[in-house]
Design a protein around this ligand. Structure first.
Ligand code: GAP
Length: 639
């Protein structure tokens, strides 16, 4: 007997997301639009909860972070200054046959036999050519000369000779026209070892047809073996174009003229608005460095290959914090030295002598704690510390927090130590100072003797000279130190940057579970359970009257629902057997089910009156709880 085909996990999750209203394809009734997704009723609640937990952890529960809600379209100069206009691109390759586009670094490496051709000519033309007698073809000068003697002489022999030569000339012109259907453009196809060469030739002919050769005859075929090549389309083996940079920003026009001058961009990250509003936030709040500004909002990237469901989308939401810190030299002045990071360093509470490295480590730890608080523990997370070669020239360190998705371990969040690159870039481009004044730093440097300050200047110069890219000149370094000694500096930044949609996908894949159940008749069935952490579950509690045709049960259940719904996302469900209703809520990931039965009405005696059955989703455990105590039990678990 053949085994039923195993459905891949991601397929099941995508299907459940649609069936239960977590995630739908955008514009599905028109066939969808690649890289765009809509969140249904359950998905919307899930996302709101994730947003809320992040916001609470990053701002409300902290005194040193404030929020921002900026526009999606900003002055285009922001994206020029930030480097996005010039460098925010992915290397892109196209299939020379199908024109399908790939991100060069996403093409799977392949091995096999490469078939190469030097070009192709049109088969029909070749046949016609072979029928033509071209021997003795004449040059254009000769044709002119023949014309001349034809008009100058009435000798019949000369006339015959001229006619013959004219026929040859016509043949030559025809040959020239036909010859233009020869394409001297090399092309290659990669075939896995053992596949018949004809399939490579078929692809090559398709290629030359796209170049205008109707019936291609392939010229100069050779073969060679290759290993791990990314130069071929994994779907058909056809040669890909050389990688070309493709800017990922979507653009639009602001105003009615729609000229190049009105070009604007949909923000590809929320971070830049934080930098652009840094001074306004400093001036309008009592925050002092170190402090942070965070923002949650939509970002747009015209990804070359959107893929893995919502993982790489073209419209998505980011949750970003820019945490501004003093330069290490300022810490050195104020505290005497910068605390070094070491394995096991206490990162529980920020200290005045922390430099960028400890702050960076601190934020990695904070973000890890956040993920644990919503159910993403160390067993499903991983970390990728970028090596020196991978880092942007201005970054001092960057770590990606990775999640074990069903399709691989992939980035959930990046945490970068970006130095003062961003604020300095906006300061230079806008001409508006992004410095802060720090009296403590000024006072500290005032106590330094001249030679100590001079030594710092020299050390800083050497450090900048050693940079391969982006280092300050000696003059700039001296000016920077001079400003610092007076208490002025552009703050440095640590940036934890997370994707809300990626997080939603992570919790959806983590929550998904299948359990086998046996019904009263002994029949086994596999049911789906979404084991969301109660804090992020879309619905926290569902209220069920045991029977819907008993008005007293229904009235009591409704009154319990009315109490709960003011405080938590609750659901009321009276349709179908109680088992079916539990199953429906299990699949939506509702952690608590509350059943109102005859005991609630006091039919079995006063001690159970006004108590309900509280059912726990994950182990189907049931307990009796007083209605008055329900909220007190649930709130600490779901908030
Ligand atoms: N400001 C820094 C920044 O934007 P990033 O690594 O490009 O850094 C940060 O993006 C996070 O945004 C990623 O870790 C990921 O969670 C999310 N993200 C980026 N591109 C995405 C996409 N195309 N679809 C979904 N999420 C994306």
């Amino acid at each position: 007997m053949s085994q039923p085909k195993e459905i891949p996990l991601m397929e099941k999750i995508v299907s459940l997301c649609k069936r239960r209203g977590f995630i739908f394809q955008s514009s599905e009734i028109y066939g969808g639009i690649n890289g765009f997704w809509d969140y249904g009723p359950l998905g919307t609640e899930l996302k709101r909860n994730l947003r809320e937990t992040w916001w609470r952890a990053m701002t409300r529960e902290r005194e040193d972070v404030v929020g921002l809600d900026a526009t999606i379209i900003m002055h285009p100069a922001i994206w020029k200054a930030s480097g996005h206009v010039d460098t925010f691109s992915d290397p892109m390759v196209d299939c020379l046959v199908t024109k399908k586009r790939f991100r060069a670094d996403h093409v799977e490496p392949q091995s096999g036999v490469v078939y190469s051709w030097t070009g192709a000519s049109d088969l029909d033309s070749r046949e016609k050519l072979s029928q033509l007698s071209l021997a003795g073809g004449i040059s254009e000068e000769e044709a002119d000369f023949l014309n001349e003697i034809k008009s100058a002489s009435d000798d019949r022999n000369v006339e015959r000779l001229v006619s013959e030569r004219e026929a040859i000339l016509r043949g030559r012109l025809l040959w020239k026209r036909l010859f233009s259907t020869v394409r001297e453009e090399p092309f290659r196809v990669l075939l896995p070892v053992g596949k018949p060469p004809e399939s490579a030739r078929k692809i090559a002919k398709q290629f030359y047809q796209t170049r205008g050769i109707a019936n291609p005859y392939l010229d100069g075929e050779t073969t060679a073996k290759v290993e791990n090549s990314r130069a071929f389309n994994p779907e058909n083996g056809a040669q890909l174009t050389e990688p070309k940079p493709f800017n990922l920003m979507f653009h639009t026009f602001v105003g009615a003229t729609a000229s190049e001058d009105d070009k604007a961009y949909l923000r590809p990250e929320t971070a830049q608005a934080i930098f652009a509003q840094f001074k306004n936030v400093v001036d309008s709040t009592r925050q002092k460095v170190p402090f942070g500004i965070c923002q949650i909002g939509k970002a747009f990237r015209n990804e070359v290959t959107p893929r893995n469901f919502t993982f790489r989308s073209r419209e998505f939401e980011q949750m970003e914090l820019e945490f501004f810190i003093k330069p290490d030299e300022a810490i050195e002045a104020v505290c005497g030295s910068v605390a070094p990071w070491h394995k096991g360093a206490d990162l529980s509470a920020p200290q005045p002598n922390w430099g960028w490295e400890l702050w960076h480590r601190y934020w990695v730890a904070q973000r890890t704690d956040y993920y644990a608080s919503i159910g993403l523990g160390p067993d499903v997370l991983d970390y990728w510390w970028q090596g020196k070669a991978d880092l942007a020239h201005y970054a001092r360190a960057c770590v990606d927090i990775l999640f074990k998705f069903p399709f691989g371990t992939e980035e959930l969040e990046g945490i970068a130590a970006r130095g003062d690159f961003d604020l300095t870039a906006h300061q230079n481009a806008s001409g508006k100072s992004q410095e802060v004044f720090d009296d403590e730093v000024k006072q500290a440097f005032a106590k330094w003797p001249d030679d100590q300050r001079a030594a710092l200047v020299e050390r800083k110069k050497a450090e900048q000279r050693a940079k391969e890219k982006g280092g300050m000149t000696d003059e700039q370094t001296a000016a920077w130190c001079d400003r610092l000694f007076k208490g002025f500096y552009v703050p440095h930044v640590i940036e934890p940057s997370a994707g809300l949609d990626r997080l939603a996908l992570a919790v959806l894949t983590l929550a998904y579970a299948e359990v086998e159940k046996t019904d009263a008749k002994g029949n086994k069935e596999t049911v789906t359970l979404m084991r969301f952490h109660p804090r992020i579950a879309p619905i926290k509690a569902a209220v069920f009257p045991l029977l819907k045709n008993k008005p007293e049960l229904v009235a009591k259940a409704r009154s319990v629902y009315d109490i709960l719904k003011k405080h938590v996302a609750a659901d009321y469900d009276e349709g179908g057997s109680i088992g079916r209703r539990y199953a429906r809520q299990d699949e939506a990931g509702t952690p608590f089910g509350i059943t109102i039965d005859f005991d609630t009405l006091g039919e079995k005696g006063p001690e159970l009156k006004d108590t309900v059955t509280l059912r726990h989703r994950d182990d189907a455990r049931q307990e009796r709880v007083k209605i008055d105590e329900l909220l007190g039990r649930l709130l600490p678990l779901v908030q």
